[in-house]
Structure formats: C-alpha cells, structure tokens
Design a protein around this ligand. Structure first.
Ligand SMILES: O=C(O)C(=O)C[C@]1(C(=O)O)C=C[C@@H](O)C=C1
Length: 358
C-alpha cells in the first residue's frame, strides 16, 4: 500500500476517534452536571485506575499498558476540565521534577500553578487557590522529605494519590571549561544524590561552592544567568532555561526514583482493589517500655502489612519525643483498620487511603 493510501486510512480512523471522543465528552458532561447537583468530587483516581486496568486486561492490540495509561491520562484530564476546571499547584518553578510528576498524573491540559516552596503548595490548597497540590514525599536514595510530612502533621489536608517517577540529573552550565565554574546550584536532596559525580569532579571545594536553592529548576534558572556557575537539574529544566548539558545521568544510582503525594482538602477516595493508607500516630509519652511495639502488634495481629514507619520530633519542650508517620496496605474503612483507628482514636490522625502505585 502506498504512503498516501496508508495516510487515508489514518485520516479515516482519526475521524472516527474524534467522533467517539466527542461522544465520550457528552457523557462526561452529564457526569459533571450530576456531580455538581450532588456536590461530589470530580477527581476519582480509583475510577481512573479501574478504567485503565479494564482496558489493559481486554487489550489485544499493539498498545502496551504504559501507552494506554498515557493516552487515557490526557483523556481524563480533558474530561475533568470539562466537568469543572481545577487548578493544580506544584513545587515549581516550571521544569521541576514535581512538575513532571504533576503532568504525569494531570496531563498537559490542566491549569497549573508553580509555587516556590512546599509550604506554599499546602497553603494554596487550604485557601482554595488550587484544588490539588503535588509535593515530593521521598526518594529511594535520600529518604523522606521532612517538610512534607511535617506539613501533613500540621495541616488538615489529605493524601489523594501517590505518583512515582524516575529521577535523572544533568549537569548544565554555560561555562566553556569546568575550571571556569565558581559555584554549583541545586537542591539539597539533589546534591546528596550526585555525590559520586561531585567527588570525581569537584573534590576539595569549599562549602560555599555548593549553593542550596529551593528547587532544581531554580538552580537551572540561576545557572542560565551566570556563565561561571552550573546547575544540577532535570533535563527539562536545563532545556527550559537554555543551559547546555555538559554531563547527563550524573545520579549515583540508575534506580533513582522519587515518590510524590497529590494532596487535597476534604478528599476521600472510594475503595479500590489495591489501597494504601497513611496515618500519623502520636503515641502516649508515658515513658513505658514497649509502647511502640504494642502499637505495631495491633497491625501484626490483624494481618495488616506495614509498609513504612518514619519518626519525627514533636518539637515541644526539651524532651526527645517523637510522632510516627506510618503506611500500610488497606483502606481506612476495612474492618481491621477501623478496629485500630477506634481503639487508638485519640492517637491517630488519618491522612488518606489511596490507590497504591508503588
Ligand atoms: O467517573 C467519573 O466520576 C468521572 O468523572 C468521569 C472520569 C472519566 O473521564 O472517565 C473523569 C474524571 C474522574 O477522575 C474519573 C473518571
């Protein structure tokens, strides 16, 4: 068949797809009207997962799961915007890994708001400037992002979903030679993830050679303004700010992944077939041995699989007291989870139950 004939086939299929997509949007519009009249939330991550799972399981064609998911995330984003445009705040500026995580979930069509720090993302949701926020929670090499879990403890915002993306760092600079570089900008966590590279090329430099900034894309912007500096940043940020990439993939591990939370106000997911729950536990500070162990046994005895436990200082008085962020398999209304939540009601703050992505 000639190229022209093949293209004619594509045109005809595109016409059919457009017609079907418009039909889908008609139905979505009705869903939006229904949700408006019943005041229910638009974004339903568990329903989106169900749709992708179903399509993947019945799929017999050339598309793989990742391709189906990528196409449908855009369709969902367009659908949600048709139902009710909702703004998404993220730790910016544009080109940050958080931006990449936000786009991987909310698609290119959503209305985004880049904010300078994690606290302002939380505040934007609290004040209604944005409906959802995207913030980093942990990296598999560096560990937890303390600011995010401290803010989850301080505020009443809930976890709507989790997203994980692979992190690749580049070393970008306008300098012609490495010897011309007088400082390197990056985020604390990124410096930590590129230690081997920094030791190979910049061992023995003074502490002020490494300048910590709020985000890796801010680092790229600063490096674009000063040819005697460099940035450790994402590929997109280097491109966005026009800073040439001198070295690519400089991270210590090829398996470098960051996990992000999508947070929202007054948000409760419906149960899916694969949920995770996050809580904060403030156990009594009576100094009795075994308090934490007894609490953990509540999970073990009910067959609940614990996934994570992180301790954070209470920051009151001069004691060494801690609270714990805990994650486990299951949905908050599961009978076994409810038993623990009821028994320890005054000690537990529920942060959300959401589709497990990791
Ligand atoms: O099923 C819904 O609740 C919808 O609003 C429709 C729809 C979709 O496009 O299929 C859109 C947004 C939700 O996040 C989930 C699904």
């Amino acid at each position: 068949m000639s190229l022209e004939e093949l293209r004619n086939q594509i045109d005809s299929l595109d016409n059919q797809m457009l017609e079907i997509l418009n039909k889908r949007m008609e139905v979505v519009k009705h869903v939006g009207e229904l949700k408006k009249s019943t005041q229910t939330v638009i974004y339903r991550p568990e329903r989106e997962k169900q749709i992708v799972d179903r399509l993947d399981s019945m799929n017999k064609g050339l598309l793989n799961r990742a391709a189906i998911e990528a196409i449908y995330l855009e369709i969902f984003a367009v659908s949600r915007n048709l139902e009710l445009p909702e703004r998404i705040a993220y730790l910016g500026p544009e080109g940050s890994f958080t931006h990449q995580a936000a786009e991987s979930r909310f698609g290119a069509m959503s209305d985004y708001l880049a904010l300078p720090n994690i606290r302002s993302v939380f505040e934007s949701i609290d004040t209604g400037r944005a409906r959802f926020g995207v913030v980093p929670i942990e990296n598999n090499l560096e560990g937890i992002v303390k600011e995010t879990i401290d803010l989850l403890n301080e505020t009443d915002l809930k976890i709507v979903a989790e997203v994980a993306i692979s992190v690749h760092f580049t070393f970008a600079t306008k300098a012609e030679k490495l010897s011309e570089i007088k400082k390197i900008y990056s985020k604390d966590i990124a410096f930590g993830q590129c230690e081997k590279f920094l030791n190979d090329y910049f061992a023995g430099k003074e502490d002020d050679f490494f300048v910590q900034v709020d985000s890796t894309s801010k680092a790229a912007r600063l490096a674009s303004q000063d040819p005697n500096s460099a940035a450790i940043c994402s590929h997109i940020a280097a491109k966005l700010f026009d800073v040439p990439i001198l070295f690519d993939n400089i991270q210590d591990s090829a398996q470098n992944r960051t996990r992000f939370f999508i947070i929202g106000k007054d948000f409760i997911n419906q149960k899916s077939d694969n949920d995770k729950t996050t809580i904060i536990a403030r156990l009594p500070e009576d100094g009795k041995p075994g308090t934490l162990m007894k609490f953990l046994q509540e999970f073990e005895s009910r067959g609940i699989n614990l996934l994570k436990i992180e301790s954070r200082p209470v920051k009151e008085g001069d004691h060494f007291n801690f609270w714990f962020l805990m994650e486990f398999d299951g949905y908050f209304l599961d009978e076994s989870v409810q038993e623990i939540m009821a028994k320890h009601a005054s000690e537990i703050k529920w942060l959300g139950s959401y589709v497990k992505a990791i």
